[in-house]
Design a binder for this molecule. Structure first.
Ligand code: FES
Length: 104
């Protein structure tokens, strides 16, 4: 596992916000829900739409295109459109206040 500093100060992300970042060539979406930070692949497993700007409610992120909701904790989708989970990444807070992701 490689740990990567995203250079995004945690304080700059508000609740229910999505922030796309490119790290090691991967398009990743950082999300804040209920005060917790999550990171997932920024590509829906239904028809590959970007998830940036998707609505967050509780711990679920809705795809802006057809509305599949993904559990940000596990990546698991709800509903019938896709059964393929989103890849999730561990997020932690570094001493400097930036978010840190574990990439593999
Ligand atoms: S592309 Fe995301 S739900 Fe269809």
């Amino acid at each position: 596992m490689a740990i990567t500093d995203t250079l995004i100060p945690a304080v700059d992300i508000s609740d229910k916000q999505t922030v796309p970042v490119t790290l090691n060539g991967k398009n990743i979406l950082i999300c804040k829900a209920n005060g917790e930070f999550y990171a997932v692949d920024n590509q829906c497993t239904h028809q590959r739409a970007e998830l940036t700007g998707g609505r967050i409610r509780n711990c679920y992120l809705a795809c802006p295109l057809h509305g599949v909701r993904f559990d940000l904790r596990t990546g698991q989708p709800l509903g019938e459109l896709t059964r393929v989970p989103l890849k999730t990444y561990d997020v932690s807070l570094a001493d400097n206040g930036n978010l840190q992701l574990e990439l593999d």
